[in-house]
Design a protein around this ligand. Structure first.
Ligand code: GLN
Length: 543
C-alpha cells in the first residue's frame, strides 16, 4: 500500500513548496522508492492554460497535452515520476467534475451536493488515483497558503484522508518562513507558530516543519518551534536560501536529516541513499570552466517565472558544456527601431521563446534578423520559429508584408497561418495543438546531429503553423525544413545552413530537459555560443 506525504505552506506564498516536493521526490527515488507527485491549486480556472503568464508564470505542458502548473516542471526535472493530467487538480477542475456528475443525475441520488462530503470526496479520490500498486509514496502539494479561504476544502480533504488510510500511512509537512528582522537583528519564529496554529485548528498536526530562512536558525529557535508547534525537535528542518542553484536544495535537506526522518516515520523499506550523481551535478554548477551570455528576447521578461523552463534548460545546457550561462533578459519591444546592435551587441547567442499576441513581435523579428546577419547562434522556440519564418520571408523572399495571421489577418503573405482544424475553434482552454507529437528528422541537419535519432517526440502548445504553400519558395532559397510530422503535413523544425547555428522549432523542447540530461538542442545551442565566444576571444588575443 502506498504511503502519502502532504505538503502545505504557511506565512507567505512563493516559499518554494514545489521545489521542496520535487527534492523530496528526488531523495526518495535515490533510495530506490517509487514515487508519484501531484499538485492541488486552489484557484477556480480549470487549468492554468487560460491565464496570462503575468498572473501565473509559465504554463507547463505534459506529454498527454494537459496544461499544468509550473511546479510540475520541477517535479519532472528532479524525478523520473510519470506525470499525467491526474497530477494537477484545481478547484475548478474538482468542481467541474462534481457539477458534471450532478447534472448526469446518477451519482448523488437526489441528495444535496455539498463541499463536505462531495467535494472533499472528489479531492480524496484524486489523491488515491495516483496510489497504484507499483507506487511506494505519493507526494501531494497543496498550493496556496494555510489561512486562505480557497484552500480549505483541500486541507479538509487531506485531514479526512488520514482517517481513511490510517494516520501512520500519512505524513504532513508544513513549509514556513522564518523571517529575519533587521531592526531586532534576529530571526522570528512567531509567524510559524501562528501558521501551524491555523493548521491545527483545521485538524492537521504537522509531523515535519521545513523552515525557509535567509540565515541559520539557532538551536534555541528550533527548540521553541518544536515546543510551540508540537513537532518533534529533529523534525524541525532548516532550508536556507541557496547560493548557486536550486539543485542544491536536496543536498541541504539531506544534511538536515530529512530523508532519514521520512523513511523512518512512514516505515518505508528503502535502500541507502546514494546521491553521487546529484553531488557531481552541483559541483559542476559551482565550478564552471567557461561562461557564455545568451540574450532571451521575449515578451514577459519582467515576470521571473514566465519562461521558467527555458531558463532552466539553458542552465542544464550550461552544465553539459561546463559553462555558466548568463542570461540577458530583453523586452522584445526595446529591440525595434534599429536598436538591435546597442541592445544585443556582445551576446554569444540569441533565443526567442514562445509567446502569444502582437506586442513585441516586430522586436523579435529584428533580433532574429540581427542574429542571422551577424552569424550569432540563434534558437527559436514556437513563436520564435514563427518569427524566424516571417523574418526570412521578408528579408530573403522579398515578401515585405509577410506575417503570421495571428498578427495580420489580411496579409497577402500568410507564411504562418491556421490549419483547417484550428480555423473554426472558438472555445478557449485545452483547444490548441497540445502535448507530445512525433517528428522525423532530416539526416545531415543540425537537429539530426543533436538528437542522434531519426524520430523524436516533443511537446506542443500553439495554434498557428508554417503555411505549406510557402515550403517550395523557402527551400529554393536555401532554407531547410529539417523536422516534419511523419505524415509530412506539419513543419516542425527549420534551419538556415549558411550560418554557424540557426535553428528553430515549432515545439517546446524546454519541457523535456533535465539537469542531469540536458536537452540536445539546448546543449548544442550553448556549445555553438561557446564556440563563438572562444573564437571571438582568440581573435581579440591575436590582434
Ligand atoms: N502564438 C503562437 C501560436 O499560437 C505561438 C504559441 C507559442 O509560442 N506557444 O501558434
Amino acid at each position: 500500500m502506498a504511503k502519502h506525504i502532504f505538503v502545505t505552506g504557511g506565512v507567505v506564498s512563493s516559499l518554494g513548496k514545489g521545489l521542496t516536493c520535487a527534492s523530496i521526490g528526488m531523495l526518495l527515488e535515490h533510495r530506490n522508492l517509487r514515487v508519484r507527485l501531484q499538485k492541488f491549486d486552489p484557484y477556480i480556472n480549470v487549468d492554468p492554460g487560460t491565464m496570462s503568464p503575468y498572473q501565473h508564470g509559465e504554463v507547463y505542458v505534459l506529454d498527454d497535452g494537459s496544461e499544468t502548473d509550473l511546479d510540475l516542471g520541477h517535479y519532472e526535472r528532479f524525478t523520473n515520476a510519470p506525470l499525467t493530467r491526474e497530477c494537477n487538480y484545481t478547484t475548478g477542475k474538482i468542481y467541474l467534475s462534481v457539477i458534471q456528475k450532478e447534472r448526469e443525475g446518477k451519482y448523488y441520488e437526489g441528495r444535496t451536493v455539498q463541499v463536505i462530503p462531495h467535494v472533499t470526496d472528489e479531492i480524496k479520490a484524486a489523491v488515491l488515483r495516483l496510489a497504484d500498486d507499483d507506487v511506494d509514496v505519493v507526494i501531494t502539494e497543496i498550493g496556496g497558503t494555510v489561512g486562505d479561504i480557497e484552500s480549505l476544502p483541500f486541507l479538509e480533504a487531506i485531514r479526512q484522508f488520514a482517517l481513511e488510510v490510517g494516520r501512520e500511512n500519512c505524513l504532513y509537512i508544513h513549509l514556513t518562513l522564518v523571517p529575519y528582522l533587521k531592526a531586532a537583528a534576529e530571526l522570528k519564529t512567531k509567524p510559524t507558530q501562528h501558521s501551524v496554529g491555523a493548521l491545527r485548528q483545521i485538524g492537521i498536526q504537522p509531523d515535519i516543519l521545513i523552515c525557509r530562512t535567509e540565515h541559520p536558525i539557532s538551536s534555541e529557535d528550533k527548540d521553541k518551534m518544536a515546543l510551540f508547534c508540537n513537532v518533534d525537535r529533529k523534525a524541525v528542518i532548516e532550508e536556507r536560501d541557496k547560493e548557486y542553484s536550486i539543485y542544491e536544495v536536496p543536498l541541504s535537506l539531506v544534511s538536515n536529516g530529512l530523508d532519514e526522518i521520512l523513511v523512518k516515520r512512514l516505515g518505508l523499506k528503502s535502500a541507502a541513499l546514494d546521491i553521487t550523481d546529484w553531488r557531481d551535478l552541483v559541483d559542476r554548477v559551482r565550478h564552471p570552466d567557461h561562461e557564455v551570455t545568451i540574450a532571451v528576447v521575449g515578451k514577459y521578461m519582467k515576470h521571473r517565472d514566465a519562461y521558467k523552463s527555458v531558463y532552466e534548460s539553458l542552465d542544464h545546457a550550461g552544465i553539459a558544456n561546463k559553462s555558466r550561462v548568463v542570461v540577458r533578459r530583453i523586452e522584445a519591444e526595446e529591440v525595434t527601431g534599429g536598436g538591435a546592435d546597442a541592445i544585443l551587441g556582445g551576446v554569444d547567442g540569441i533565443l526567442v521563446p514562445g509567446g502569444f499576441g502582437m506586442r513585441g513581435v516586430e522586436g523579435k523579428i529584428e533580433a532574429i534578423r540581427y542574429a542571422r546577419k551577424k552569424n550569432i547562434p540563434f534558437f527559436g522556440i514556437c513563436l520564435g520559429m514563427q518569427c524566424a519564418t516571417v523574418e526570412f520571408a521578408r528579408s530573403m523572399l522579398n515578401l515585405d508584408d509577410a506575417n503570421s495571421t495571428e498578427f495580420d489577418k489580411s496579409t497577402q503573405s500568410p507564411v504562418i497561418s491556421l490549419m483547417e482544424d484550428q480555423a473554426y475553434v472558438n472555445q478557449r482552454g485545452g483547444t490548441m495543438r497540445l502535448g507530445s507529437w512525433p517528428c522525423n528528422l532530416t539526416p545531415g541537419s543540425l537537429a539530426h546531429k543533436a538528437y542522434g535519432a531519426d524520430l523524436i517526440h516533443e511537446r506542443h502548445r500553439h495554434r498557428y503553423e508554417f503555411n505549406n504553400s510557402y515550403r517550395k519558395a523557402f527551400e529554393e532559397n536555401g532554407f531547410r525544413l529539417t523536422g516534419m510530422s511523419p505524415d509530412g503535413s506539419l513543419v516542425e523544425i527549420i534551419e538556415w545552413p549558411n550560418h554557424p547555428w540557426f535553428l528553430a522549432v515549432q515545439f517546446h523542447p524546454e519541457f523535456k530537459s533535465k539537469p542531469t540530461k540536458s536537452h540536445p538542442l539546448f546543449r548544442d545551442f550553448i556549445a555553438a555560443a561557446l564556440e563563438r565566444r572562444e573564437g571571438n576571444r582568440a581573435e581579440a588575443d591575436s590582434r
